[in-house]
Design a protein around this ligand. Structure first.
Ligand code: ZN
Length: 430
């Protein structure tokens, strides 16, 4: 991507986030369906519905939740909390309620953030039947002691859990999973940035030839990945690598969280790419909390799936509040995240092993036009790369192994290996 393409794609990703921002998503319901149908305008997706009550490992697909309106009205009939103004105002999965209550009985159902008094918190009650509202603490503090009409016009009923999936077929059936959760309502970094970057990544991969097949999955957090893994448990051996992508629109540095195994190829590739990208990037060890990497890395599944974010969940004050809005994510960050994902994928695609066909002493590079007859500032590095690629291509080492041992960038080693392959000094190993 050149700078003007990158600027345009950043704007395009941002525009998709803006379209999806007003939709009230949850782990089930029409918000998820509407989101997936907007994504289908960008990229083909199969939409799957899994009925409420379906057993998925130790969990059960919950009832489907939908909401039309919610408010708290004061005695003058004014909405002091209004779902129509911001869909974070209602606790996700709230039961329907319509009654008039004194302030003392409404208060236990209201959540606010005294430390961040202007922001509305994001709260859910998926697995505990209850109801509640969220509001800015400043406004909460102004509620006077009187009776309030509280109304949540929602339904919680048998229905289904919805997710979207697509396989971009590659030269092999070996799969790379790209997973984004899609259950958060009006929050931009968590999680619209992940959804939008994965869609643009998928669009890009769809229009070129790839060695791996890429399976993109958009499903609600936790219950969605558990459902997908349960439905696909007999085919998981196809998955060779995977990335959970989330929180990639903020201005923070990249963070890669390793898979549970910690030393898989995706872990090594992401480490190499992030280190080369910026000194401020972090690589962190696996922990059994976070996003859907927890399910892909549960002990019985244990897939080589890592997680890419910028600032991780819980590590920025705007996290899970109304301040994670359209100003918190930037087109530049989104474009840079897309480019970084593509770099990780390109290293995976090109991380092959070669065999030196002329291993008895060094071959003569000059007579093959490979040595000291090209211009440019990096002649020396290129020659080192040729020598490293020849020396370590004994069938054991991959291009990434050679890049790491030599300290030379993956792309330079890969280009050298391709030149050597073209003149017959190396051959690809399957
Ligand atoms: Zn979240």
């Amino acid at each position: 991507m050149n700078p003007s393409e990158s600027a345009q794609i950043g704007q395009d990703i941002y525009a998709l986030i803006k379209t999806l921002y007003p939709i009230c998503r949850s782990i089930t319901g029409d918000g998820v369906r509407n989101t997936l149908s907007i994504l289908q305008q960008q990229f083909p997706l199969n939409i799957r519905e899994v009925a409420s009550g379906t057993q998925v490992f130790d969990w059960v697909v919950p009832k489907e939740w939908n909401i039309r309106d919610a408010y708290i009205k004061n005695k003058r009939g004014e909405r002091v909390v209004d779902f129509q103004q911001h869909n974070l105002h209602v606790v996700s999965y709230s039961l329907p309620v319509h009654k008039t209550l004194p302030l003392a009985e409404v208060k236990p159902h209201i959540y606010s953030l005294p430390q961040q008094p202007e922001w509305i918190p994001y709260k859910t009650t998926y697995y505990n039947e209850n109801w509640g509202f969220c509001m800015a603490h400043n406004e909460f503090a102004e509620l006077i002691d009187e009776e309030y009409e509280v109304c949540i016009d929602s339904t919680l009923a048998d229905g289904s859990l919805t997710y979207g999936e697509w396989l971009i077929q590659g030269d092999t059936d070996e799969e790379v999973v790209l997973f984004s959760h899609l259950c958060h309502p009006s929050l931009c970094n968590d999680n619209l940035s992940g959804i939008a970057v994965v869609i643009f990544l998928a669009k890009y991969l769809q229009q070129r030839t790839n060695r791996y097949s890429y399976r993109v999955i958009f499903a609600p957090g936790t219950i969605g990945s558990i459902t997908w893994l349960s439905e696909n448990q007999n085919h998981l051996d196809r998955i060779k690598h995977g990335l959970v992508i989330a929180l990639v629109g903020d201005r923070g540095a990249f963070t890669y969280k390793k898979s549970r195994r910690g030393d898989t190829e995706i872990d090594r590739v992401a480490n190499h790419v992030l280190r080369a990208h910026s000194a401020s990037a972090s690589i962190v060890d696996f922990t059994p909390y976070g996003y859907d990497e927890r399910q892909f890395c549960s002990p019985g599944i244990n897939l080589p799936v890592g997680r890419l974010t910028r600032t991780p969940n819980g590590c920025y004050p705007e996290y899970h509040t109304s301040a994670d809005d359209l100003d918190f994510v930037t087109p530049q960050s989104l474009a840079e995240s897309l480019a970084l994902c593509l770099q990780i994928i390109d290293v995976l695609e090109w991380n092959r092993r070669f065999l030196n066909t002329n291993p008895m002493c060094e071959p003569q590079l000059g007579k093959r036009g490979l040595y000291r007859n090209t211009g440019g500032a990096n002649i020396e590095q290129r020659e080192f790369a040729l020598l490293w690629a020849l020396n370590l291509s004994d069938g054991e080492n991959s291009v990434l192994d050679i890049a790491e041992r030599s300290g030379i960038a993956f792309d330079v080693i890969h280009a050298a290996a391709c030149d050597l392959e073209r003149c017959g000094l190396l051959k690809f190993l399957p």
